[in-house]
Design a protein around this ligand. Sequence first.
Ligand SMILES: [Zn+2]
Length: 526
Amino acid sequence: MFTTRGVRKLTNRPVHRSLYRRWRPQRFSEVIGQEETIQTLRNAVSASEISHAYLFAGERGIGKTTIARILARAVNCLDPAGGEPCNSCANCTAISNQRSLDVMEIDGASNRGIDHIRQLREGVNFAPADLRYKVYIIDEVHMLTNEAFNALLKTLEEPPPQVLFIFATTAPYKLPATIVSRCQAFDFKKIPPAKIEMRIKDICQQEGIAIEDAAVALLSRKADGALRDPLVMLEQATAFTQEGPIIVQDLLEMLGAVGPEFVASFFNALIKGDHQQVLLQIADLVERGKEIELFLGDLISFVRDMIVRDGEETEKVNLTVAQRIELCQGLLLLKQDLMRSIDQRILVEVGVLGIMNELGLFTRGSDAITDLPTKGASESQNDEQRSQPNTPPLLPTPNEDGADKATPVRIAADDSFAKQWETIFKMIEQERISIAAFLSEGEPRLDKNRLQIAFDRKYSFHKESLERRENLQYLVGMVRRYLGSEIDVDIRFADGAIRRPSPTEDLQKKAELVCQVFAGKIVKEE
Ligand SMILES: [Zn+2]
């Protein structure tokens, strides 16, 4: 099990420029990844066939700004070779030292208004002061306002000669099509982990940084296709580690991550249906201040690796491939939801227990791992298993109510709607606790053939979760099963505010409810 070591004293290692900046490539040939983009740009420079606008799209830290700066030098270099800047002529050094007025870097996020673009448009019409090309590098260009885009568009429609625009963006889909169509666009790709690993090893060797191979591998896995983050982490680790090489545990502590043993033990508890161990480990994560999102990421990688390595591990882990994929998908959705959540702990508790329930893992008991009867093979189930709720089909219809399911009672037509809803809600609570949790914040109202469920705006997360295709299909199925096949479900925001207890108070109650419901099921089985 992972243990926490004391944080060691920081060293007095002098740091003038960050590692990332020191090792920023100065030539196209030094860039890691983006080979096709670089080849195209080098060819364009060699042939003197420069477009007037380039668009670099891709995630942060994968080299957009680096390549833009190299390109700015390459088009202005007095002695270029093979499309590369020489980095030593007067033009190259003026650009590198930020002395030239002709190369401008603009941050689209902080200069997003029309005034900045107007200034830019006026400047564009003057010939370059000392270089061959005026180069405007606009980072995060998607942040510009509509007015600014319109002003920019006029410049792009009639581009002055000797002006080069390089736009960089992490969100190309937010750009107007009229802008994109006037640029030569490049999709920057994530850098493969093996290349990141090689680069880190290379830098460590040249910087004299001692680091374990396993730690380099961890850094490159956490890099998620970008080079900036692992180099920043590496630099922090050199300050964090006082003596000896940087080891995996140093990095885990820095990252707020847990070790592989923790992930493996959580996974084992999950597939055994051991809800107590699962809740205990989540509590442990929170108490030790670990990042829940990182942990979920590690857990997803763990399950994913099992899917990929299928065949070697089937003896040890008794999950079908379909179950592994379902588990992976459930965890991915949970990780997405986490970013929008007020209370991550409760969301993870509800989410993981919900996944265990949907995979039917609670029927396994808390000790032995036995094979699950496959869905639909209900004839072979014995009576005890039959009393457990099964995962329902996406769209249950009245004639699908087999004996293997908790038999629904058709609600009498004269029952008041409130009573009918109570029954439906209880059924959903038994079968799909997470959907019940989302539903509990909604205000249901039946109007002729329309069931309206209204949410206060502060519960937009609950509303959106219910609107996810698989959840909505299930809900519509349940509603039609009990209220009639002609009923439509309408999920919306309430016009007026609905009075509710505070979110935290409410979430706490829900967590208790979840624990009770799941504990209840396990007890019944023993
Ligand atoms: Zn040069």
